[in-house]
Design a protein around this ligand. Sequence first.
Ligand SMILES: Nc1ncnc2c1ncn2[C@@H]1O[C@H](COP(=O)(O)OP(=O)(O)OP(=O)(O)O)[C@@H](O)[C@H]1O
Length: 347
Amino acid sequence: MIEFRDVTKRFDDGTIAVNGLSLVVEAGTITVFVGPSGCGKTTSLRMVNRMIDPTSGTVLVDGRDVLSVDPPTLRRGIGYVIQQAGLFPHRTVLDNVATVPLLSGWSKAKARSRAAELLELVGLPAELGKRYPVQLSGGQQQRVGVARALAADPPVLLMDEPFSAVDPVVREGLQDELLRLQAELDKTIVFVTHDIDEAVRIGEKVAVFREGGILAQYAPPAELLASPADDFVASFVGKDRGYRSLSFVDPSGVEIGTVKTVSEPAAAGEWQLVVDADGHPQGWVAPDGTVLPGGSLYVVGTPIRGALDAALSSPSGLGVAVDEHGRYAGVVTARQVLDVIESHRRG
Ligand SMILES: Nc1ncnc2c1ncn2[C@@H]1O[C@H](COP(=O)(O)OP(=O)(O)OP(=O)(O)O)[C@@H](O)[C@H]1O
């Protein structure tokens, strides 16, 4: 557990970067600090591992005031991941990941075998270990950065805009990967971003900061979207928040219907879904035989936003539902999904 107790940081030039911050980051959760540029997110994060010390107030990690622990000892238990990964350019990927185990006195062989395991854990093929950081894509470098931070198996992980240098598609992949890793590793993660979508996607709790280093709201994502504490949070969270809050609505009640499926397109006077031999949807055949690409797919059991999006983006008006292996499971209509949303709203 990490606790900020009335923490203020005033820099020498008088800038108040963090102003009276009090919050608790529960152990084993991902907590996101989000807010516009310059509102004190990075400064708050760096006070956890003593890259910056507070002017007043106390930061506690597992009940211990961080000021009572010398920085090298403290940092052994706290992994740190930054934007652009911060890898050593002159060392191979494997040696980058092995750095901390080596510093902790492990033999070279043991440190490298641990590093190889970690590369696998973050989804990188073993052969990339021999390359140098410049020979990797931005997304791969970020994965190496995460592997390196995990090398000493720290209970706490600090991540400062770790995915902001990569394109949106790679970024979503990295976010999914982090959620998968977290389900396995159960770390206490503090994640800084200025992207509210990223914050509500990965955070179990989200702290919204405003200018002047003031905490505007600290709540689970669904609550943030449903009841922003004030106008600042409401505008920061954005005008699509009603739609985005559907990411947290339970899909039970959504009925999965059926549609005719075919393996070869042919006009049949009705909408038909083309599926391959394994049952994966390929596209639609309109009643006049025109072949059209499909819309987004709804994975059955996932939040209701996906069901609505599948229906709205489908040329037939029927959203295609698939199982967890991506195989056709049925269809949903926007009308029916909206009825379920309405019934949830009425409670
Ligand atoms: N060493 C420093 N000396 C003086 N002011 C500083 C120093 N470091 C940061 N600041 C100021 O403190 C405020 C908070 O900075 P911080 O980096 O914590 O913000 P942030 O929310 O992480 O911003 P960003 O999203 O742009 O990284 C800013 O006004 C910044 O200019």
